[in-house]
Design a protein around this ligand. Structure first.
Ligand SMILES: *Cc1c(COP(=O)(O)O)cnc(C)c1O
Length: 299
């Protein structure tokens, strides 16, 4: 199914003579949305080919990837195990919308301390002794096979755009996008976390050098949000009817609009921003915001 790119019309865009479309990869599915579906696609085929009936993966308690693996497992006939970071969550995981949903899709959890989580190899060895042979998906879902799926995000129909923008976590998605760009295109990534390791990770998978990262829009790090970001997401949705998530796409579009305002792009530039999904994470974030007495993301 090919969803048409959606044009954004805001005064600043016409004022700066910039054309902005959003690729609504978030609409592929309400739960297993956007890039996490893309990354899983060929991994599931590979797991079936190897006749493995169980998927094991890693993630934080609000992980879009964990949610996607649980859903995909249920619908493609795999058992799923999620190794979840944070031992304390064992007591109240039912209050966590992401884990509750993953559980409803049949995922079993192993909660481990942050320290144990960092030593992933030991957990994997332990699991090998205790459960049947499994297909291992890395945290965030990025591996060679995942890149193949992400190379399908951009299509020939998108060759009119000069700039492609995307949120960046592990770098798998942007790598796939880079690999399928045409000659005239440049890719800008907006990391959702702090860290200088990302460029190297992307170079492992990306076959071209027509890209760069914008490191000023992570809002303090992974999962960190501010009232300014929440207000931006709410205003953007009100004006364009396009929902953004607070962890990835909200930060990317915030950064992109800021760069447009600051004349980073020449007039007549055509930009395609990839909506990588992640909307399932809004509920979990709203619970955290509510606890802190901060304004919520409108749903
Ligand atoms: C995971 C995720 C990303 C980042 O993808 P990477 O391939 O890890 O860089 C971007 N957007 C959303 C919504 C995500 O869930």
């Amino acid at each position: 199914m090919q969803i048409k790119n959606q044009q954004v019309t805001l005064p600043v865009l016409s004022q700066k003579k910039i054309t902005l479309h959003i690729k609504r990869d978030d609409l592929t599915h309400p739960l297993i949305s956007g890039n996490k579906y893309r990354k899983l696609k060929y991994n599931l085929i590979e797991a079936k080919k190897r006749d493995l009936k169980t998927l094991v993966t890693f993630g934080g308690a609000y992980s879009n990837h964990v949610a996607a693996v649980a859903y995909a497992g249920k619908h493609h006939g795999f058992k799923t195990f999620g190794i979840i970071r944070g031992e304390e969550i064992r007591l109240n995981w039912k209050d966590n919308p992401t884990l509750k949903l993953a559980h409803e899709h049949g995922m079993q959890f192993v909660f481990v301390s942050r320290e144990v989580y960092r030593g992933k190899v030991a957990i994997i060895e332990e699991l090998k002794k205790n459960i049947s042979p499994f297909y291992l998906l890395p945290e965030g879902g990025t591996n060679d096979v995942a890149i193949l799926g992400c190379q399908e995000i951009l299509t020939n129909a998108d060759s009119e755009y000069n700039f492609i923008t995307t949120a960046v976590g592990t770098g798998g998605t942007i790598s796939g996008i880079i690999n399928s760009t045409s000659e005239n295109q440049y890719v800008l990534g907006f990391p959702a976390l702090k860290g200088s390791f990302l460029k190297e990770d992307i170079r492992k998978f990306a076959k071209k050098s027509n890209w760069d990262l914008q490191n000023e829009y992570h809002f303090g790090g992974y999962g960190k949000v501010s009232s300014e970001l929440v207000a931006f997401i709410n205003e953007f949705k009100e004006k364009t009817k396009i929902p953004l998530d607070p962890i990835y796409t909200g930060k990317m579009i915030f950064g992109l609009m800021d760069m447009i305002r600051k004349d980073y792009f020449k007039p007549e530039t055509k930009i395609l921003a990839i909506h990588t999904g992640g909307l399932q994470g809004i509920h979990g974030m709203n619970l955290l915001l509510k606890k802190k007495g901060l304004p919520l993301i409108s749903v």
